[in-house]
Design a protein around this ligand. Sequence first.
Ligand SMILES: Nc1ncnc2c1ncn2[C@@H]1O[C@H](COP(=O)(O)OP(=O)(O)OP(=O)(O)O)[C@@H](O)[C@H]1O
Ligand SMILES: [Mg+2]
Length: 286
Amino acid sequence: MSDIDDLLPGAPPLPRADRFNGGASPNAIANGHSENFFEFRGVNKGFDDRLVLHDVSFVVKRGQTCVIMGRSGVGKSVTLKLLMGFLKPDSGRIFIDGEDVTNFTEAQFEKIRLKVTMVFQSGALFDSLTVRENIAFPLEQQPGLGAADIDAYVEKYAHSLEVDHVLDKLPGELSTGLRRAVAIARALAQSPEAILYDEPTTMVDPIMADHTGNLILRLKEALHRTSIVVTHDTHLAKKLADKIVFLQEGKATVFESWADFENSTDPFLHNFRMQDELIPALDVTL
Ligand SMILES: Nc1ncnc2c1ncn2[C@@H]1O[C@H](COP(=O)(O)OP(=O)(O)OP(=O)(O)O)[C@@H](O)[C@H]1O
Ligand SMILES: [Mg+2]
């Protein structure tokens, strides 16, 4: 996987995450790249009379992987949709790569979505296109890539995500786990600066969940892309998290490491962790 950076056509050289962990990076800022890639500042969001997110603030630094956890219905997917511009906050500010996107228009968000891509819970693949055509789709939007280049990139992405054996199948013929791996391959084909994953390990058996978690971990280690992973799977969170945002009753609690999260004495968090510990961690990779 060490050569995966070579797979990203047109992508600027990637800053390594550890460059940014020790404080300000003047070069990155001078180049127009903000050290804080995502920021929620006092965000409120409700539907009808119900406030879902209440004064939520957190920062994800460039190159970090932030895991958002919390029980069903707390607003995890809403948080991702706010970042993608599919929903607007009622108040507060949202920053992406140093830009205040709170009042961005749809046209402005289309540009943001070129650098921030989301892997949906369902995979959201084009059902009438083969896996090969799905992965090729974002590559075809990039100028300067010929058909042979596109084919080569598709093969490499498919190989990285271990879906090369299903390239000529339709998404409907695949299991949920494989569809998700294809969705990740397609997301990478866009050369994004950041990837948002919504529940990448739900609705599959524990072995497939572990396998998908390991694929995402390998991508994290090879690419250092800024990432947000929404999950209630504590095994996955432990594997991936540089920081944790825990949502509960509209409030966000931020932990700067897995150890901080694990050592928290909040009884609600303790119960949340215990629940997943009932499902044994799998140390196997298929
Ligand atoms: N477009 C919408 N219109 C109305 N209510 C919505 C909308 N989107 C989300 N909600 C509500 O906001 C709350 C949070 O939803 P969200 O999908 O973010 O939950 P979640 O934390 O992702 O849960 P899960 O773990 O089940 O996916 C829910 O009560 C949901 O019904
Ligand atoms: Mg959700």
